[in-house]
Write a protein that binds this ligand. Sequence first.
Ligand SMILES: Nc1ncnc2c1ncn2[C@@H]1O[C@H](COP(=O)(O)OP(=O)(O)OP(=O)(O)O)[C@@H](O)[C@H]1O
Length: 689
Amino acid sequence: MRQLRSSVRKGREPIVPNVPHTPSPGKDEPDAPTTRLRRRGTGNRAGGGRKKKNDVVNGDDAVKEITLPRRTGEEVKVEEVEKMDEHESGGGSGNKGLAAADDEGSTPPLPERVQVGGSPAYRIEKKLGKGGFGQVYVGRRVNTTNPLERTGPGAVEVALKFEHRSSKGCNYGPPYEWQVYNVLGGSHGVPRVHYKGRQGDYYIMVMDMLGPSLWDVWNNNSHMMSTEMVACIAIEAISILEKLHSRGYVHGDVKPENFLLGPPGTPDEKKLFLVDLGLATKWRDTSTGLHVEYDQRPDVFRGTVRYASVHAHLGRTGSRRDDLESLAYTLIFLLRAKLPWQGYQGENKGFLVCKKKMATSPETLCLLCPVPFRHFVEYVVNLKFDEEPNYAKYISLFDGIVGPNPDNRPINTDGAQKLIYQVGQKRGRLTVQGDDDEQPKKKVRMGMPATQWISVYNGRRPMKQRYHYNVADERLAQHIDKGNEDGLFISSVACCSSLWALIMDAGTGFSDQVYKLSPCFLHKEWIMEQWETNYYISALAGSSNGSSLVVMSKGTQYLQQSYKVSESFPFKWINKKWKEGFYVTAMATSGNKWAIVMSRGSGFSDQTVELDFLYPSEGIHKRWDAGYRITATAATWDQAAFVLSIPRRKPPDETQETLRTSAFPSTHVKEKWAKNLYIASVCYGRTVS
Ligand SMILES: Nc1ncnc2c1ncn2[C@@H]1O[C@H](COP(=O)(O)OP(=O)(O)OP(=O)(O)O)[C@@H](O)[C@H]1O
């Protein structure tokens, strides 16, 4: 199994060498050699004061939170069960996030005649479509001077997009989409908006009338589309996205329903357009010209579940790669009529779809598709957050599939020809054929889940640290007692195959410690008893059979503590607690359950979470660059979570390294000690897929 190591050293390039594999000795590890012993003060910083009795809150059996009351005796808050967002929409569109799905019956009547922002007057005719935000109708000019005027501000027929003022997109006035159309309207592949304004309760946009969507075409053709047609769509769609991206925006909801052809029977009938800019965001800051900053908010989902990029599912800031990943799914859907993650239902749908996307290799996804499609998928799923996509190269992938004469193609590819020409001109050549010999990059989504040890090391002054692993329940006490006798306290615990790993340190600063091995995850009565006597949870781990090891210490700097056990990663709860001044100070998993401990007085000034279906290497590096350091880790069979924090007091050595190993990293730990790097956190679980 692969082992990887990555690290950060402030002011230096991160080091990312591969570390050789070390087989597990498969037994308890004896005391390891230690560096110089240095004891820290052991004063109890938690302070005294009697606490009121704790309340226990059970949202449901699976989710519970126990909060230690503030010393003011304030009422303990009741937590609701909180789950990942789930969004539904109709049609063939899959599920859409951030959409206010108006029920047709409940929408107020549309005006009979529309005239907004200096436009001519229009009569409303047939409905063209309906989305989560608005409804689109044909508008026919009431007084026509030139009945042949097909496009432009004086067109006889226009598309009218109505959004009710109470719709979600209009909370702060006119729809956000209007602003985006101001910038992008009329650019390559984006319809022109001629007028906009409010009439009665509706915000109305008057735009060029277009034809059927790609979903309509596919649906009306017995759910089939020729390879050449899809390849042409790929070529032109990439060029449309390139143009949109070059203006600083990402679309955010690329899918078959949002690609429209020109009106049938007109010169534009083979031309492709991209509509619905309601979820567009900027990837580039207009004033600085810099790429927007990376962030992950695992509770935020924007887009449509079926076509969303994995990064969008995980709540990462949108960037150019996301549109291309959604385009890849769109193309495969049109070709194969099905995506492997269709059919999931229920409140867990977003999670299951994302997990399936991560577990589906490009080979599996593109089975029976011509090779260029697989190469396209491989390129786009490997794009980094701020990487500039090589649009011209992606377009050139499909050259061999489409006919040589652009005039005979089922979709107009003029935009793409222009792009390739421009790129060629820039480089002093005409095309990007043979541009470079770069092969599609290594695949990160391989379809094979793997579990590993994830260990995190911090640079610090020499101290005594000791580790034990493969420890059976009955042997825990013996190791802990011996450690305590030697002046060590437990700093981290982890579990693999129902055997425990213990890290004991001389540098914890704790003055006393108790622990509990219990058959449940977690033993709330015991925890509450310890809280009563000023012990706080300082480390915890869970086994796959549901048992847990909780370590509680005196002498922590915590002032108040709260924990939650949840079936899914409880980001919403964490987010709420952050606002109350709590920070995550420990985490553990048991099977698919998460236990998160949050404390006041944690010594952090900011905190963030990286959650992924694999080791989130890019995210961790981005956070390291922004001054965060990993302060807690936990992983289930599916997901790995890293909590990264900014300490209030800068440590003298900010070095941090992570290591992923298939066996407990005993040899590596010794090598780290030699460099004054000590285990700060360890867990066992999902790392790669
Ligand atoms: N200019 C147009 N000409 C013809 N039909 C259009 C036009 N604009 C939109 N439509 C049709 O109306 C549908 C909904 O439009 P649009 O996607 O802009 O609305 P939305 O409420 O933002 O949708 P979504 O739920 O996808 O965000 C489209 O799928 C398309 O079928």
